[in-house]
Design a protein around this ligand. Structure first.
Ligand code: IVH
Length: 680
């Protein structure tokens, strides 16, 4: 292709792709299929590769272009990044209205908007091109998170239509609720702590060091404020319409109000309606509409005088604390749980609440039989926030935290500097043991997906599994016909599960296949405390085989990069136990990989633990070649899409039902070029 026509086509593709993004993210209209979009994007990428002189920094291909950052640069805001004064009281909203009317007269008009519970962001555009995205910080200066923000597809890299030469706009980046639940489920599966609420996961995502990782988090953004000094329109309402016109995503939920009564109509509607939204809000923002009135009202040191936020009260209910039970987690940590008299709260019946640890119980001085206040804040699990002392029983006594494990009776310990109590019986305490087994079979470990939590439980109950080495001694005949009866509960009938031929066969096959799993993952699968995926990889690469690792002393271990005292102690402690050595010997005898292989040393393993469904026809590789690449780099090919699938790798002509399924389950659909990029 000649240069001229390449340039022409690059411009044309850029234009089309921008329009499609705008249709989808701003107008919510789906006009082009994902695969058609991907093929336009791919064509553009190829052309930009061939003619790098035409590659523009704001090209739709440049969303994940940034390098990983260690520290985010601090940037001083051009306009101070003020926050809003906020209130929970109806009277204070009336007082605000009175103040406004006093200053500017009775002809006032307000705009009511939702108050999104996310992370505030300021975007600057120069000649229509996104130059910088900065967090609020302390209001004077914030962090430059531009590379991460560029991965958010609803934020335009280039503006449309009649944009000014310089523009600053502010809004809120948030984590959609469904995706948040999925993210936490995924994190828990691999033993990472769950995020407490969507806001934390949004801010955590924005501060990740690698933009490619951020791109995998489905962040969204609503824009809601153009600092008025820019003189772009006469009213706030118009400025939002203008923002929409030049390419920004603006919420449709917005109302013009002329009186406090109208304001409260909006507030009450959304206080009730907020649980139907796909994102979290924590109140309503009320802004004076006219920009000249805003200027007249001005600012205090901290807040504009022309706006106020009304915050919804966290929903509370009073109920009785019937008893406290203690749960033993997979790491042996004990969590006290409040069993409550069922009570309706924020649309769901609450029967339990977390009491966190002994310190919290003591601080609340909560006692069995107390009337307690339960609240559902931003957190998913409700919490007890106080006790109604007027209703306390005279003879109630402070709670005595248990001192032995409720599962195995072992004396609990409390480590220095930690709030939780622990059961130290890691190898025999049932939940810890089952936890170890579940971790061993999990995706990033031995990836035996024909077994799951329920089946592990069943095998444990039938005395067929006491440790991970027992898995490799299971036989088809032992499994076939194995039964479990689930007793009738909550109006559901009694249920009987039994292993049929296919199940038994799949389990045996899955276990057999796990013998192919690489040594670093085997090491991770053992579940040694503090030995996560990265540490396991480090240790395996350094020692090359399990025997060398077994012989390693403390000093040698801490010599290795990133291995500190805590990890070294934990490794030595693990291998000092004869039960563990016996398990390792048995695993070795069964052919589990305990040695690093040559190809693993050279292979990148960048796809380790990731599962792919490869579908359609590809341009540069055959489907089999793609599948080989997946495996060569440590990934796994699976036949059909499930919620456990990490990526659908879509070529030309991928079936529409596959696409629909991936979209429904929120599995990212990636193109051949995305995939090649992942390989680095
Ligand atoms: S307007 C000068 N509108 O709430 C005032 N803020 O303290 C500019 N927020 O920091 C803010 N939804 O992060 C505005 N519709 C909305 C908002 C909103 C959420 C956040 C924002 C701000 C905080 C208020």
């Amino acid at each position: 292709m000649y240069k001229d026509s390449a340039k022409h086509r690059i411009d044309e593709l850029t234009q089309q792709l921008r329009q499609h993004n705008y249709n989808y993210y701003v107008l919510s209209k789906l006009i082009i299929s994902d695969s058609d979009f991907d093929s336009l994007l791919k064509e553009l990428e190829e052309l930009e590769k061939k003619f790098p002189e035409f590659l523009q920094p704001d090209s739709p291909t440049q969303r994940v272009g940034g390098e990983p950052t260690k520290d985010f640069k601090s940037v001083v805001h051009k306009y101070p990044f003020l926050s809003l004064s906020n209130t929970y009281s109806e009277q204070e909203i009336r007082d605000f209205d009175t103040r406004v009317r006093k200053a500017i007269g009775d002809e006032v008009e307000y705009v009511c908007e939702l108050k999104y519970d996310g992370v505030a962001i300021g975007l600057t555009y120069e000649n229509g091109i996104l130059k910088q995205a900065v967090t609020r910080g302390d209001g004077i200066q914030g962090d430059d998170v531009t590379n991460n923000v560029k991965t958010i597809r609803s934020i335009p890299l280039k503006l449309r239509n009649n944009f000014p030469p310089e523009l600053e706009i502010r809004g809120e980046i948030y984590f959609p609720l469904k995706a948040f639940e999925q993210l936490n489920a995924d994190r828990e599966e691999i033993g990472l702590p769950a995020f407490a609420n969507p806001r934390n996961s949004a801010s955590g995502s924005l501060k990740m060091q690698d933009p490619a990782e951020v791109a995998r988090r489905p962040l969204e953004c609503f824009l809601y404020f153009l600092p008025g000094e820019q003189n772009l329109s006469n009213t706030h309402y118009e400025s939002l319409n203008y923002a929409k016109d030049i390419g920004f995503r603006i919420s449709k939920i917005i109302a013009l109000c002329k009186s406090v009564d109208e304001i409260f109509e909006f507030i009450n509607d959304w206080d009730k309606g907020r649980h139907q939204l796909e994102y979290e809000i924590d109140g309503v923002v009320i802004k004076v509409n006219s920009i000249s009135d805003q200027i007249r009202l001005g600012y205090t040191a901290k807040n504009p005088r022309w706006a106020i936020a009304y915050k919804f009260k966290a929903e509370q209910a009073e109920t009785v604390l019937e008893s406290i039970s203690y749960q033993v987690g997979r790491t042996g940590a004990i969590t006290p749980v409040a069993n409550l008299k069922p009570v309706l709260l924020a649309g769901t019946t609450v029967k339990r609440a977390s009491l966190h640890n002994a310190d919290i119980i003591a601080k609340l001085d909560v006692r069995t039989g107390d009337h307690v206040f339960v609240e559902k804040g931003g957190e998913i699990i409700p919490k007890i926030v106080g006790v109604n002392h007027d209703k306390r029983n005279m003879d109630s006594k402070p709670v005595r935290f248990i001192n032995t494990c409720p599962e195995c009776n072992t004396l609990l310990i409390r480590k220095e500097g930690e709030v939780a109590h622990y059961c130290p019986n890691e190898d025999n305490c049932p939940p810890q043991l089952k936890g170890k087994l579940e971790h061993f079979i999990s995706r990033k470990a031995m990836n035996i997906d024909s077994l799951g939590e329920g089946k592990i439980e069943m095998l444990y109950e039938h005395d067929l599994l006491k440790n991970v080495a027992d898995l490799y001694e299971l036989t088809y005949n032992q499994l076939l016909g194995l039964e479990k009866i689930i007793p009738a509960e909550d109006g559901k009938k009694e249920k009987k599960i039994s292993f049929r031929e296919k199940t038994a066969d799949n389990i045996i096959k899955g276990i057999e296949q796990s013998k192919e799993v690489s040594f670093p993952r085997v090491l991770y699968a053992l579940g040694i405390r503090f030995v996560g995926e990265t540490v396991a990889k480090k240790l395996a690469t350094y020692f090359k085989n399990i025997d060398a690792l077994l012989d390693a002393g403390f000093d040698e271990l801490i010599e290795i990069e990133e291995i500190g005292d805590k990890i070294a102690e934990s490794v030595i402690n693990y291998f000092s136990k004869s039960e563990h050595l016996e398990i390792i010997n048995r695993l070795k005898d069964k052919g589990i990989k305990m040695v690093i292989e040559e190809s693993q040393e050279s292979g990148s393993m960048v796809l380790e633990g990731k599962s792919f469904v490869v579908s359609g026809v590809f341009e540069n590789y055959s489907r089999d070649e793609i599948k080989n690449l997946v495996e060569y780099h440590g990934g796994k090919n699976v036949g059909s899409i499930s919620s456990k699938t990490d990526y659908v790798l879509a070529g030309e002509n991928m079936g529409p039902s596959k696409k629909q399924k991936a979209e429904k389950l929120g599995v990212p659909i990636i193109s051949e070029s995305d995939f090649i990029k992942m390989l680095g």
